[in-house]
Design a protein around this ligand. Sequence first.
Ligand SMILES: [Zn+2]
Length: 157
Amino acid sequence: MTVNVNHVIRYLRESERGEAELIDDAELNLMLDPYRKTYPLPYKCSRERCNTTIAYWALHSTGARIEPGPERRQTGLVFPDLEWEQRFEEPIDWAMNGDGVISLETNPEVGSGWPLRWRFTCPRCNSQYVHTNKEMLRLFLHTLYARREKIRPGTIR
Ligand SMILES: [Zn+2]
């Protein structure tokens, strides 16, 4: 079953599920399946004249969540490696390793980084962007819908 990406965006917008529930939403995950193998998209700083690539985003292989990574993997291996079941741990490790461009941001609703809420810091101009997982899914899907190859924060609301 392949549904139009705009349908998935609408489903996300209209869903009243919380962040944690959304990650395991069976209907949403089914709709995301055709898009999981999308090549990781560069996430760009949207500050004028900066335009630096901050991270790369990919869809998780089973859950309704975005996995950010610091770099695009080398040829032959899609990031995150879609054959590797434990790959989700990897971006978490990166985020936990302190002062990188990607870190887990505390969620005021739960007092921790869970459900996922990420902070991205531009390595060039230090602009900071914080996104919930749901916002990241919407940004990722909007980028696909617009047939763009780069994700820019602030392009949707
Ligand atoms: Zn920047």
